[in-house]
Design a protein around this ligand. Structure first.
Ligand code: ADP
Ligand code: MG
Length: 347
């Protein structure tokens, strides 16, 4: 059976990856299927501006429900730290104090911003967690294309090198007043990692944490086969699939130009921005990355997308990343190390 979520949130986020297991959006625990002793339980909720679905296999309904509850609490805790939209979050406090003062933060926030800066350096700035002034300037649901002068004015406020860390204090400071940290391209993957840790600590040994298009699997399905994750088509009928991944223990993220975008005068403007120009980056329809770490798949799918065909694929080779991409002309490419887990559908 195959059902898909098409639920849009107010920011227009949509599942970029489809779970090939029945998903019904209800705010209650659902027994989805059973196989011998183990049963599959699933629950969906809106958080982090998107739809989150947790799936666990367990021989105890009570354990499954308690684990899922704890995992959603963890998601809400992380959102309260990391969201740039919540005025009280630690990230918002850092942003409010840009050019003014350093801000002491929790270990989660500190570690994640440090990781984001590592990926920024690896991608030569194509991925930049200080993209906030640009990402908040564009409004894709409202089809707002900013004025070129306005974009130019904000470019100097985007540079990950102007994040100052103090390891002893565990504090973060943005050097220039007006800089904005936006962890939108890394926080969901990190959250998926954390959720799996919480579920495991509660005695769950297999399942899926799906934070919209950032999905982390662990263990196998009750029948010992891997979890099936569909990669959506990026053009035409997006209920169709471009490919199906079979994963157990790995995470997967897709960054695409078809999630949040508008078309003006025949040009597609989407939400993956080149920090050096302030405009959407070219070359790909979508980039899918598979890795044990959700943090890596989330950030790297965005990084490679923005780097483009040549630089992006050079980085993939250098880091031996597992990647499936759809280029702008609809041709596809998959790295050898991912081939065994992947079944191509149609494009
Ligand atoms: P999504 O969150 O839509 O699944 P991504 O993980 O690729 O997709 O993250 C996109 C978000 O990341 C954007 O909405 C924006 O907030 C932020 N972003 C856009 N461009 C960049 C960039 N070059 N580097 C870092 N973050 C970016
Ligand atoms: Mg990402």
């Amino acid at each position: 059976m195959l059902t898909r979520d098409k639920l849009r949130t107010h920011r227009g986020a949509i599942y970029s990856i489809t779970l090939l297991v029945p998903v019904i959006i209800i705010a209650a625990y659902m027994l989805v299927s059973s196989n011998g002793r183990l049963k599959i339980y699933k629950k969906s909720k809106i958080a982090m501006d998107t739809i989150i679905t947790l799936t666990v296999a367990s021989d105890s309904q009570q354990r499954a429900e308690e684990a899922i509850e704890a995992a959603f609490n963890e998601i809400e805790r992380l959102e309260r730290l990391l969201s740039m939209f919540l005025p009280q979050s630690e990230v918002s406090l850092i942003n409010k104090n840009s050019g003014i003062a350093s801000v002491k933060v929790s270990e989660d926030t500190y570690r994640l911003i440090k990781k984001a800066v590592e990926i920024a350096a690896l991608s030569e700035g194509a991925f930049d967690p200080t993209i906030g002034q640009l990402s908040t300037l564009w409004d894709f649901p409202k089809k707002v294309k900013p004025k070129n002068e306005e974009i130019k004015k904000r470019l100097p406020l985007v540079n990950y090198r102007n994040i100052v860390f103090d390891d002893n204090q565990r504090s973060v400071m943005l050097k220039i007043n007006g800089m904005i940290i936006d962890l939108g391209a890394i926080a969901k993957g990190y959250t998926a990692d954390r959720v799996v840790e919480v579920l495991k600590a509660r005695g769950i040994s297999s399942g899926i944490a799906a934070i919209a298009g950032d999905i982390k699997t662990f263990g196998t399905k009750p029948d010992a086969s891997g979890w099936l994750i569909g990669i959506k088509r990026s053009r035409g009928d997006q209920d169709g699939l471009s490919g199906i991944l079979t994963l157990s223990g790995e995470a997967v993220s897709t960054s695409g130009d078809y999630e949040r975008f508008f078309i003006e005068d025949g040009v597609r403007y989407h939400h993956l921005l080149d920090p050096s120009t302030g405009y959407p980056a070219g070359d790909f329809q979508s980039v899918t990355v598979v890795n044990p770490d959700g943090l890596i798949t989330d950030a790297m799918s965005t990084a490679i997308f923005v780097m483009g065909r040549e630089n992006g694929m050079n980085l993939v080779r250098r880091l031996n990343l597992k990647v499936y991409v759809i280029y702008k002309d609809a041709t596809t490419y998959i790295t050898d190390n991912l081939r065994d887990s992947f079944a191509q559908q149609h494009n």
